[in-house]
Write a new protein. Structure first.
Length: 155
């Protein structure tokens, strides 16, 4: 039986992807320390294929960058599901950090990450409101447009 969060995703017409195994190094998708779940940076994937290759402000518009951020956020949610089993166990989204691959002249970096933040808030409601950092960078692994990571409190 699906919990509240998975039911909310279904109401939104969102299919949760399966968490992807890290492609580099011997790292983990997630790590639990006490009542905190740390989710490693997740790149956008569609049908388990890395997507959104390029820079926001060059290959992608702000709106497309927001879609890439939302797609990465779905991968973060998939890691929550993998780590905790029941996504309802999350009591607070503590912090989100996004690294956005941008053209040097693109300055609306924070707005790109809204694509992820809005998804977390839409899904989790008030507990989904979080602190965050958005950083524009010159290069990303695999050339992706964005990578999103997060810290989540759970019971």
């Amino acid at each position: 039986m699906a919990g509240k969060i998975e039911s909310k995703l279904a109401e939104m017409g969102v299919t949760l992807p399966i968490a992807a195994s890290p492609k580099v190094a011997k790292i983990l998708n997630w790590k639990i320390a006490g009542d905190l779940l740390f989710v490693s940076g997740q790149v956008p994937r569609i049908d388990n294929e890395i997507s959104f290759i390029g820079k926001v402000g060059r290959e992608y518009s702000l709106e497309e960058g927001q879609l890439a951020a939302r797609t990465s956020a779905l991968m973060v949610l998939a890691c929550i599901k993998e780590a905790l089993g029941d996504m309802d166990r999350v009591t607070e989204i503590v912090r989100i950090k996004g690294y956005i691959n941008v053209d040097p002249d693109f300055t609306d970096v924070s707005a790109v990450l809204n694509g992820a933040s809005e998804l977390f808030i839409d899904v989790y409601g008030d507990p989904g409101r979080h602190s965050r950092t958005a950083v524009g960078v010159a290069s990303m692994p695999f050339g992706v447009a964005i990578e999103v990571e997060g810290i989540f409190q759970f019971v």
